[in-house]
Design a protein around this ligand. Sequence first.
Ligand code: SAH
Ligand code: SF4
Ligand code: F3S
Length: 469
Amino acid sequence: MQVPSYEAAKKRTKNETLIRDFKMPLKYQKIGAGKKFFLKTYGCQMNEHDSENIKGMLEAMSFSEVDEMEDADFILLNTCSIRENAHNKAFGMLGRIKHLKQSNPKIITALCGCMAQEEGVVAEILKKYKFVNFVFGTHNLDDLPKLLANSFKDQKLNIEVKSQEGDIVENIPVSRVSKYKAYVNIIYGCDKFCTYCIVPYTRGKQRSRKKEDIIKEVKELVKDGYQEVTLLGQNVNAYGKDLYEDYELADLLIDISKTNIPRIRFLTSHPWDFSDKLIEAIKNYPNILNFVHLPVQSGNNRILKLMGRRYTREKYKELFDKLKSIEGISITTDIIVGFPGETEEEFLDTLDLVNYCKYDSAFTFIYSKRENTPAAKLKDDVTLKEKEERLYRLNDLVNKYSLESNQRMLNKTYDVLVEGFSNKEGMLFGYTETNKLVNFKGQEELIGKILKVKITDAKSFSLDGELVE
Ligand code: SAH
Ligand code: SF4
Ligand code: F3S
């Protein structure tokens, strides 16, 4: 039993990151034969990719996946802490599982992901959700086989969560959702400690994977026919800083570019670490896609400072302009409204910045107070009604610019990676290099290919098109 600690999660040392190599013990490889698992994933791409590793491990233990929770022998929730509603959803699921377990006490239930790293969440599970069999965290995903095997023997609640810093585990089996595009972790954790954000506590110290391991993974993906990789990290622009003297994200992208994978994306960029070398790399290498997600969070300098974002509105605009000089680039962002004490005027600065940047699209959020973060101590006199009203106004503006940017694509032809059937019959869907969703008529055999599609209709959130023979 090891419970998480907020105190330990805050710490950062100069200790070298430990790299472990995953091996599935022989004795676990048949444990799941004939048994079924249900995995529910909340949160960001990082969590989605962790779930691909979780699936990989479970399949290596001979479990098979089911779509309905009711059919499962093992139910696992991979959770997210970023905002209160993600939290509430996971606790809601636990309520449903409790019900299920009353009629079938043999079901094994576990919780992992970012919420598992929260001291308060684990305390609540120990108090109110004792039917849960085990909890493990983001730093010991590889403990799953052992914990699961043990819980088949002993149903008592077990908590195994490490709070400090985190290691890197290589070679965890992976069962990817897509055959054409893949997530590849390049950097774990976050050391930015933006004052509203819980991630530095749930994901630990910033630590880069070795470039050799990353490049090897991408080369294998190329061999397997993958068309696109998305390099993942909470702040990918900090790649290499903890590991190399003179090797940064731009160098990694250039090396990956040479594997000839047709498309390379990277997520998420913090404006603070965005180098000129990186801008040049995007400009000069066709398979490093013209697409940058550049969260701004607020357009007001006082709020940015309170958020601990380390840039001003002016600096952000400067970087934005440099990036915009790349032909055909698409820039998207994240924005928070209703940060504690944000005034109407300060909110108007955010709208003003959106008017300047005219983002291709934006994820917008109402500030959500996260336990144990510095911003949670700030006085907040903005009512929820006001915050909701700001969000509506912001979304109206953001959607206007999304539509305009899509309309600029009308009657032009773009490369689209076809991913599968869309909801409408006979229609396929895929994404342009700039990450725009396109629906068009086509046959199954086109799935997985990069094809030329002419845009015929533009909406706020998607485009319609037709194949160009
Ligand atoms: N590492 C990424 C973002 C990770 S979280 C970055 O820094 O850009 C994704 C988004 O969630 C953030 O960009 C932010 O807009 C939002 N977010 C994070 N914490 C939040 C909170 N406490 N309340 C509301 N939104 C939040
Ligand atoms: Fe959170 Fe800031 Fe780190 Fe992004 S950079 S994960 S917002 S602390
Ligand atoms: Fe959520 Fe954790 Fe990702 S808090 S957004 S799952 S890093």
